[in-house]
Ligand binder design. Structure first.
Ligand code: A3P
Length: 316
């Protein structure tokens, strides 16, 4: 296993081990009004993150959990490797053997940000945080951010088994219970609708490119091409095809034992669009009506809301 992936798998394994010795009620903690996983984040790290000095050539992927962040991470990792004249999969990728840190910015100990100062450029980071909780230097230094969103019905459907997984949250409830929590902010990394409306305030900035999970599924080659253009990475047709192939759901799922350890099974689940139709039902809870209303109230008329094509992907 490559050193960089070993670090990823080790962090997950440690979190799973810690979760096993904790009561389910302890697995989330609240920081400034938002819940986070106790085994991955801490108030000390959030405090230290505030003064993290971003570089203008950092590469950031922002996306709420279950929006496809592992997928886009692989794409960006491969594109960065290409920009460094390496062949993805054949030679060491981003920052070669120097990658010392778990790629999710808010995951890790409070000293992580000091260590990151020593990493060579370009540093690649992923984050589930809302923009107001990110270090100010990211926006001050105009770091390029790829902002990933996903239709809220598929996102909630994908989140349920992840939340039930004993490794992180051990959620003991049913889909109905989960749905209620999803709609009332009792979620790790906060409410998705608030996440969307906060990020929408930044969606017009020139250093931010927005992309949806669904558009990536519709035309992966075009999406990869656009991402490469945004980050100023020239690509040959052959390189483009290589990235698309390596980042397909089938290929990532096949490699997941190596790249993600046991966590792979819970991440690479179905990899499709419209799985929500198997869960959302018009019973007493009326999931569709509640989510349609929340979408309308929070985000429908905005740039990010329109980009999600809610009528196409979320109406039966
Ligand atoms: P499903 O649970 O609907 O299958 P994240 O990485 O942010 O946790 O998101 C996980 C979701 O992205 C899962 O959705 C997973 O299957 C999907 N995903 C991961 N890699 C993918 C790929 N290469 N192509 C399509 N979907 C992918």
């Amino acid at each position: 296993m490559k050193k960089s992936r070993k670090i990823f798998v080790d962090v997950i394994d440690k979190a799973v081990e810690a979760a096993n010795s904790m009561h389910p009620d302890e697995l989330l903690f609240s920081y400034k009004g938002t819940f986070y996983p106790t085994t991955l984040c801490s108030p000390e790290s959030f405090k230290a993150l505030e003064t993290f000095e971003a570089r203008s050539d950092d590469v950031i992927l922002a996306g709420y959990p279950k929006s496809g962040t592992n997928w886009l991470s692989q794409i960006l990792t491969d594109l960065i490797a290409i920009s460094q004249k390496k062949t993805p999969g054949r030679e060491s990728s981003v920052n070669a053997e120097d990658v010392q840190e778990f790629p999710y910015l808010e995951v890790g100990d409070a000293e992580k940000y000091e260590r990151m100062m020593k990493l060579p450029s370009p540093r690649f980071m992923v984050t589930h945080l809302r923009p107001e909780n990110l270090p100010k230097s990211i926006f001050k230094n105009k770091v390029k951010i790829l902002l990933l969103t996903r239709n809220p019905k598929d996102l909630a459907t994908s989140f349920l088994p992840f939340f039930q997984w004993p490794g992180f949250f051990s959620f003991p409830g049913t889909w109905d219970d989960f749905f209620t929590d999803f709609m009332t902010k009792k979620m790790a990394w906060g409410c998705y609708f608030e996440y969307l409306s906060e990020w929408n305030k930044y969606a017009d900035q020139e250093n931010i490119m927005t992309i949806t999970y669904e558009e990536e599924k519709e035309n992966p080659a075009l999406a990869v091409k656009n991402i490469a253009t945004f980050f100023g990475i020239p690509l040959t047709e052959e390189q483009l095809q290589l990235v698309v192939e390596r980042c397909s759901f089938q290929s990532m799922k096949k490699n997941s034992e190596k790249t993600h350890g046991t966590f792979g099974n819970i991440i690479f689940r179905k990899g499709g669009v419209s799985d929500w139709k198997n869960l959302f039902i018009e019973d007493l809870q009326d999931h569709n009506q509640k989510m349609d209303k929340a979408f309308e109230e929070h985000i429908a008329g905005t740039k990010l809301g329109k980009k999600l094509k809610y009528d196409l992907y979320c109406k039966a």
